[in-house]
Design a protein around this ligand. Structure first.
Ligand code: SF4
Length: 405
């Protein structure tokens, strides 16, 4: 079956945009080759060496079609409270629960994590810095030699608590920064705290903390991508990551306003600038499935041959990580948010037991448009959580994918 470009309809005329934006086709092609065909492992360096190791082990597991005896990553949502009102928040109804993990629960889960022995523990919320015990948690996890990442909006960062965070020896702190302009920042985050957050990031850097900035692109802040790149260089953070808005939670209402074409161009601009100045900053970004249709016909089939895979997709994240929320529900991976994916509760059975009974996850994309898609290797059918929310199955292509046959 042959892909027909004229069947694709997304925000007007396909490919004609290349001329509109005066970016030569060659630039887009070479960008694609560099990003996917040569630098396939760019993602692997996200978060430094620990995730590189995760990725290597995960790759072996994938080749063997098995899951590791312990998860590589354990995501721990400590509370649902948050001090921001982001327009793109994916948390949905969970925020209404207003539950914090208490000290007894924390001690119990820390002991469970020790028994489980993942490589990396990722602390999230809500906003984890609102939890008074966060420093104790960070310290205890580091004493037990886990690689520890903390994901925060940075709103409560001060000189004092940045020093406390630095003292814990946490491996990486990710701070959300979606604009280099205070007004746009407020529009996106719903709170007036741009100066406070950027000051806080500087304090973290001064205290020797490895900082990753995370930028979520929406219709509000698309023109901020290159400014945030410059700001990241100026402050001296270690990493910068760009994502497009995800159609989950409040993000679902933003998708129709989001210009994927512009997002990709802004990313390409930053990417080339990055190649030119070669800073120590690690730059990563997600290219949305919605992007693939734009370059579908530019990629010769022969160049993609090496990347062909079976439409039986090994679900990397679900087979190598667990997530725990503030009420102790455990899910495989980090994107299957629906209650149908709860595989246990940490207060009812041990994390080891839950992990052992977790099946090996596959996505079956036979007889769907993904089976013959040039991008299956990279895309793997798109975000399974979003697919499940709309299609009630993960064995279907990403519902927002515009490629048609
Ligand atoms: S969802 Fe399927 S058809 Fe669409 S880009 Fe991904 S692999 Fe290709």
């Amino acid at each position: 079956m042959r892909f027909k470009l004229e069947n694709v309809k997304l925000k007007g005329a396909p490919l004609s945009f290349l001329r509109e934006e005066k970016v030569p086709v060659k630039t887009l092609e070479s960008f694609f080759y560099e990003y996917f065909l040569k630098n396939r492992n760019l993602e692997s360096f996200k978060g430094g060496d620990s995730l590189f190791i995760d990725d290597m082990i995960g790759g072996i597991m994938e080749a063997q079609k098995i899951k590791p005896s312990a998860p590589l990553r354990f995501g721990w949502g400590l509370l649902t409270e948050c001090n921001s009102k982001c327009i793109h928040c994916i948390a949905g109804d969970a925020l209404k629960r207003k539950k914090r993990t208490n000290l007894n629960e924390i001690e119990y889960i820390l002991q469970q994590i020790n028994e489980l022995s993942p490589i990396t523990v990722i602390l999230t919320g809500g906003e984890p810095l609102l939890l008074e015990y966060i420093y104790t948690i960070l310290k205890k996890l580091k004493e037990n030699n886990f690689v520890v990442h903390l994901l925060s909006n940075g709103y409560t960062l001060t000189e004092r608590n940045s020093e406390r965070i630095g003292d814990t020896k946490v491996d990486l702190v990710q701070i959300s920064l979606d604009a280099a302009d205070p007004i746009i920042f407020r529009k996106q985050r719903g709170v007036d705290c741009f100066e406070k957050v950027t000051e806080g990031i500087k304090y973290l850097v001064m205290n020797g903390v490895r900082v990753r900035l995370n930028f979520t692109a929406t219709h509000v802040n698309l023109n901020q991508i290159s400014f945030v790149y410059d700001l990241a260089l100026k402050i001296g953070v270690s990493e910068l990551n760009f994502n497009p808005v995800i159609p989950l939670g409040k993000g679902e209402n933003l998708i129709s306003k989001f210009d994927y074409k512009k997002y990709v161009y802004e990313i390409i601009k930053v990417y080339y600038k990055h190649l030119e100045i070669k800073p120590s900053l690690i730059l990563t970004f997600s290219l949305p499935v919605e992007f693939f249709y734009l370059i579908y016909e530019l990629i010769p089939q022969k160049d993609i041959e090496n990347f062909k895979i079976e439409p039986l997709i090994y679900m990397y994240d679900e087979n190598t990580s667990l997530s725990c929320n503030e009420i102790g529900d455990i899910r495989p991976g980090s994107s299957l948010e629906d209650k149908d994916f709860i595989i246990g509760n940490v207060y009812k059975e041990s994390l080891r037991k839950i992990w052992r009974k977790n099946k090996v996850w596959f996505r079956r994309l036979h007889s769907t448009k993904c089976e013959f898609c040039k991008f299956l290797f990279f895309c793997r059918g798109g975000n399974p959580g979003v697919t499940y929310r709309i299609k009630k199955t993960i064995h279907a292509p990403y519902p927002y994918c515009p490629i048609k046959w």
